[in-house]
Design a protein around this ligand. Structure first.
Ligand code: MG
Length: 209
């Protein structure tokens, strides 16, 4: 698979990349974020770095975690790769642009995990209900192992219930759902994230970790 050479793939359908040089002591809580629709505007299988636009209000959330020494981890399903819409090379370019735009706002991501597996995929990526694909908690658990995180105090921000379910199943403390409604999933509290007021509540939660 020449197209995947040189990329940080832990296995054919799993990207795991350390994107900062920051060292964290064991036992830190983390801020997990979905990418498309949460950090950047979701354009549907985004594959063009020039089209990447950040959502309002998300860079300050990441910066608040940076300031407090809380690892920031992106966990993103990328079934577009399994479906043959684009390759890891396009993922790398789009993701690099997302991180670049965040850095311009003084917000830095420490680790990125991406899962390409999907039942509608091709070849080695054609896996139904892969443990790394949200709503399964595999990517969060993998980051937890690699960084020695305290998942029980960690937070997740996403724009789909699958993000929240992954957080609940990984044993996280709490979730925030962009454009969504508040709810509870098996005792896991999901708060809405719509506009400045809710961003302030999320910032308060991060600062109290
Ligand atoms: Mg999303």
């Amino acid at each position: 698979m020449a197209e995947s050479e040189g990329f940080p793939l832990a296995e054919p359908g799993l990207w795991v990349e350390r994107t900062s040089a920051t060292n964290f002591p064991d036992g830190r809580p983390a801020l997990f974020l979905d990418r498309d629709g949460t950090i950047n505007v979701d354009t549907g299988y985004p594959d063009d770095p020039a089209a990447v636009v950040l959502r309002d209000g998300i860079a300050p959330v990441i910066e608040a975690a940076n300031v407090r020494g809380i690892p920031v981890i992106v966990v993103t399903n990328q079934s577009g790769i399994a479906r043959g819409y684009f390759g890891w090379d396009a993922f790398a370019r789009v993701n690099g642009r997302v991180l670049e735009l965040l850095a311009e706002q003084n917000a830095f991501v420490d680790m990125v995990l991406a899962c390409a597996y999907h039942e509608a995929g091709r070849g080695a990526l054609a896996v139904a209900d892969h443990p790394m694909r949200k709503p399964n908690p595999g990517m969060l658990l993998e980051a937890g192992r690699r960084l020695g995180l305290d998942l029980s105090r960690s937070l997740i921000v996403g724009d789909k219930l699958a993000d929240m379910e992954a957080g609940q199943r990984a044993g996280l403390a709490r979730g925030w759902l962009a454009d969504g409604e508040g709810s509870t999933i098996g005792g896991f509290s999901v708060s809405p994230l719509r506009g400045a007021h809710h961003v302030e509540e999320l910032l308060t939660a991060i600062r109290s970790l």
